[in-house]
Design a protein around this ligand. Structure first.
Ligand SMILES: [Zn+2]
Length: 394
């Protein structure tokens, strides 16, 4: 099953915000929710009842009385309903379960061979999610099994372009055998819960925005690892554009001489100059024996001048594209995540280029930072896609 986006929650005290207040401990009672939201006790009660009936909130007994009847305390259920999340990368996948407030319950990193094709890779990852959530896959259990009820849905991040309306992968550059594959339909055939599929950079953006800057309305998140992409938060919500490709900067052209060929058939694309895969290729062409991005990062740490020069060039290239994005979109924050985000020379060049090429008004209050949410940022974003859907249905 594919599902649509939750509508944007514009009103203070909407179900998602109530859930967040309870999860964070800011509210433990209906009275707290009424105070925080400014809504009447009857409206708050109505919303709380809806959230309780959906299993998103529970009552945990009586709190302390300030005179009169003791208020019943509210909590986000633990050990009950969870959402599953998969953040697929070129060589590894992060898989996890999260509670309905978006906190990671369990997380695990698995090696992946993307070239094994979608069925084999997704089968293994779905089995892992099912095991973490302790639910059987469809072919092993009768539908309506009580345990399946505990898993409310699965969010999946894919390192390539995803057509949002269908969940189909369209012309990915480093995923042989995946072009045109309908990830959502395949997964829906394997496990009987809603499945939402999105691009990995979009999910990093969503996860980082919800955890670090939920108060900011306009943000751009760069994911720089083996590949390179970005996700955009506009007016507080993930901006996908007409088809789902918004923010995909991987094949924007940058100044590079010579312009290295790209997997898309063009030359001089950002991905061919500044991605982790591009750094590996460029170093090998210079005769440096390096097998993967880990090796490149180690060389940079050790002060290798070839690797460091390439990292600076990559940072400038990212900065050039980002400068166009910042001038055009005027975000409040630009954050970089992925394995290249820890590469100092790259970050310094990116930052310098950005200041050099942007309008002063665009950078005056612009925050430029690293994504701080760590390795679970992608599964956090994937889980929030599902949570938004569940809460919207409450
Ligand atoms: Zn390209």
């Amino acid at each position: 099953m594919t599902i649509d986006d939750a509508p944007r929650e514009t009103l203070r005290g909407g179900p998602r915000e109530m859930l967040r207040w309870v999860a964070s401990g800011a509210a433990v009672s209906r009275a707290d929710l009424s105070r925080l939201s400014g809504l009447s006790p009857s409206t708050v009660s109505q919303r709380v009842e809806a959230l309780i009936s959906q299993g998103l909130l529970e009552e945990t007994g009586a709190g302390r009385s300030r005179g009169g009847r003791r208020p019943r305390q509210l909590a986000v259920p633990t050990g009950g309903a969870v959402v599953g999340a998969i953040d697929l990368g070129a060589h590894h996948a992060r898989v996890g379960t999260l509670d309905l407030s978006g906190r990671v319950v369990q997380g695990r990193t698995l090696p992946v061979r993307i070239e094994d094709g979608p069925e084999a890779v997704l089968d293994a990852l779905l089995a892992e999610v099912a095991a973490l959530a302790a639910v059987p896959l469809s072919d092993q259990a009768a539908r309506g099994d009580a345990a399946v009820g505990a898993l409310r849905g699965i969010g999946i991040g894919i390192p390539g372009p995803v057509q949002h309306a269908t969940g189909r992968i369209v012309s990915p550059s480093r995923m042989p055998g995946w072009n045109g594959f309908d990830v959502a339909a395949f997964c829906a055939g394997q496990i009987d819960v809603p499945v939402i599929v999105d691009n990995d950079a979009n999910l990093m953006a969503l996860g980082a925005h919800r955890t670090a800057h939920p108060e900011l309305d306009h943000a751009v998140y760069i994911k720089a690892g083996t590949g390179i992409g970005s996700g955009v938060i506009s007016s507080g919500r993930l901006h996908r554009g007409a088809q789902g490709s918004a923010g995909d900067i991987s094949h924007c052209r940058v100044v590079a001489d010579p312009a290295p060929p790209c997997t898309c058939g063009n030359a001089g694309c950002l991905e061919a100059v500044a991605s982790g895969a591009a750094l590996v290729t460029a170093l090998r062409e210079q005769g440096v024996p390096v097998s993967d991005l880990t090796g490149v990062l180690r060389l940079i740490d050790d002060g290798d001048r070839h690797a460091t020069a390439l990292a600076r060039q990559a940072g400038r290239a990212i900065g050039e594209i980002l400068a166009v994005v910042v001038n055009f979109f005027n975000p409040q924050v630009v954050a970089i995540g992925g394995r290249l985000a820890d590469c100092e020379p790259l970050l310094a060049s990116m930052r310098g280029t950005l200041y050099e090429r942007c309008l002063p008004l665009a950078t005056q209050t612009l925050l430029i930072e690293r994504v701080s949410a760590g390795q679970d940022v992608g599964i956090t974003g994937a889980a929030h896609l599902v949570i938004d859907h569940v809460v919207a249905a409450a």
